[in-house]
Design a protein. Structure first.
Length: 594
């Protein structure tokens, strides 16, 4: 089974009203349901759900599609991730080749998820325990976290001792081996099983879709390490997870800007002050997958790392990842010795907001940081330029290269030309999805659906009167189409014969190969009953529109022949010129006949 086959199975199994209704309050309006769009801010509902056809569409922002499209947009998932997530949520069995890297059966993953949920409830209860949780609660109070915030984030406490959690889970009928596989327990060399987290404040870690996958624990005494995370499991991959990503999704929707910090407590310090546009790495260096997650979330990432040498090094290590992905990144430099939590405690959120106004592009920060290591000698200049040149290999945009050369030249008293000459010796990496300065919004506008009016009219007429499909095909409409989303839909309807199942809009959507065509199809299905013509009038309009497409097609062919004639004249190819003239005259005659 391919991922496409799995997607078809998902669309057939998932109730779109149940899925979207769990996120958007919907009310019935005729044969459809309407609500406030989850993808943009609005006061008047423009978000429509067509249950019969398994489609949704927002007339405000243009978002539309099927259950998989909705999962992708709402939880910021790839197509394959959305298929797997919906399969798990609605208990749709999928073969291992579709599940990909996961070697676990769905029931095993479900059992692990249940164990994690039971453990989370245990940790939360221990934190609330009058005596056992007192030290942890006092620590949280000192850090300025309110009981409401603690409850919202389901923070917990793992008591001291070797088997409190193990015993609790065994009392619920859980096999200790499953607890080990879930990352909550460790098996010793002697074969005994003991709790992984002991006398630690517990932070639940969720996947991008909000499902619980792991835990982080902060030591409440001198035990090392200070922070301990769950090991990698079938559910948890630390390099593919960001703390509080699901929470940040809604907060970042309006600004398309996100703050990146390094630790749990740094993030919670922001949340304690009502600032939610923030995610955190999980005690490891930033990974390419995490950068891709950030790109789904925002057009600009602002790094706010610790104000020390290690924080600076971490930002420098992160820069190539952002450059390769083409994601705009900037940074804020905190006072020496301060982390984000310290800064917020000392100065407050208003001061931090003002500090954001002083942020610098991460690329500029890196140039300054590397240039600041110059010892003043000519020989050391070469070293500094080489270090910056290594960064240049990840920069595609020539404007950014020149900007970097200008900054470095000013710092090292070199000409911009000399620096650029050195940069030119460094090979450029493979092209990036877009330049550092390119915004996701601009990209979206550039790829927005542009539909020729004649072709869209033809499609709408066939949707109103499906029997016109055969007439359109007999008039040769498929020969006259130019690449567009509407052309993709017409191809599916006419070549694959799906016009015969137009009353089942979701079956047509399943045959469409890309998101723009699915979004357009969802919109047209929502508008299907508007301005319906009777069949005779529709047939006449269809013929007129196909005629206009034929004229456009023939004119384009004439232009191509004219260009070929010029080439033939230039090369002296008389045989080719004679043949092209015959084609040209035949086309002109056909146009005169109408």
């Amino acid at each position: 089974m391919t991922t496409s086959d799995a997607a078809t199975r998902i669309k057939q199994a998932v109730d779109i009203l149940d899925l979207i209704g769990s996120v958007v309050p919907l009310r019935r309006l005729g044969t459809r349901y309407v609500g406030l769009c989850p993808f943009h801010r609005e006061k008047t509902p423009s978000f429509h759900v067509d249950v019969a056809h398994g489609l949704f569409y927002c007339f405000g922002c243009g978002a539309g599609g099927d259950v998989i499209t909705f999962a992708m947009r709402h939880w910021n998932l790839t197509f394959a991730e959305a298929v797997k997530a919906l399969a798990g949520r609605y208990h749709v069995p999928l073969p291992e080749e579709v599940l990909g890297s996961s070697k676990k059966k769905p029931e095993d993953l479900s059992a692990m998820a249940q164990v994690l949920e039971l453990a989370c409830e245990f940790f939360v209860h221990r934190l609330r325990h009058r005596e056992q949780g007192r030290v942890a609660r006092e620590y949280l109070a000192r850090r300025g976290l309110s009981p409401e915030l603690v409850q919202e984030h389901r923070l917990g406490y793992a008591p001291p001792g070797w088997n409190h959690l193990i015993r609790h889970l065994q009392s619920k009928g859980i096999d200790p081996e499953l607890v080990v596989r879930s990352g909550l327990a460790v098996r010793s060399d002697k074969g005994t099983v003991y709790d992984r987290f002991r006398h630690r404040l517990i932070f639940p870690i969720t996947a991008p879709n909000g499902s619980l996958v792991a835990f982080g624990g902060r030591s409440l005494d001198d035990t090392e390490p200070k922070y301990l995370n769950s090991p990698e499991t079938a559910l948890y991959h630390k390099g593919r997870t960001l703390y509080q990503y699901a929470t940040a999704m809604e907060a970042c929707r309006a600004t398309r800007q996100v703050i990146l910090v390094e630790g749990y407590m740094d993030l919670l310090a922001f949340h304690a002050r009502g600032f939610r546009r923030v995610v955190a790495t999980l005690g490891t260096a930033l990974t390419p997958h995490q950068v891709r997650l950030l790109q789904r979330l925002a057009d600009e990432v602002i790094l706010v790392y610790d104000g020390d040498a290690s924080g600076q090094k971490a930002m420098l290590r992160a820069l190539p990842l952002f450059l390769r992905q083409g994601l705009a990144a900037s940074c804020v430099t905190l006072p020496l010795g301060m982390d984000p939590d310290d800064y917020l405690k000392a100065h407050g959120l208003d001061a931090f907001t003002a500090l954001l106004g002083t942020r610098r592009e991460l690329l500029h920060f890196a140039v300054d940081a590397i240039a600041s290591t110059w010892n003043g000698t000519s020989q050391d200049k070469v070293r500094v330029v080489k270090e910056c040149a290594d960064l240049v290999s990840d920069v595609q945009d020539p404007v950014l290269r020149e900007d970097m050369a200008r900054l470095l030249g000013m710092r090292l008293f070199l000409s911009e030309h000399a620096v650029l000459q050195h940069f030119s010796r460094v090979p450029k990496t493979a092209s990036m999805p877009r330049t550092l300065s390119g915004s996701r919004t601009a990209a979206a506008k550039a790829t927005s659906v542009q539909v020729p009016s004649a072709e869209e009219t033809i499609l709408r007429l066939i949707m109103q009167h499906p029997t016109l499909a055969e007439h359109a095909q007999s008039l040769g409409v498929l020969e006259y189409l130019e690449p567009s989303s509407v052309a993709t839909i017409l191809e599916a309807l006419l070549r694959q014969g799906t016009w015969k199942t137009l009353d089942e809009g979701s079956s047509v959507a399943m045959t469409l190969p890309d998101e723009p065509s699915k979004t357009l199809w969802a919109r047209l299905m929502m508008e299907k009953d508007e301005n319906t013509l009777d069949e005779n009038a529709a047939r006449l309009l269809l013929e007129e529109r196909i005629h206009s497409l034929r004229i456009r097609h023939e004119r384009k062919n004439l232009e191509e022949i004219r260009a070929a004639l010029v080439d033939a004249d230039g090369s002296g190819d008389h045989l080719a010129r004679k043949k092209l003239l015959e084609e040209y005259r035949a086309l002109c005659a056909a146009q005169r006949r109408g």
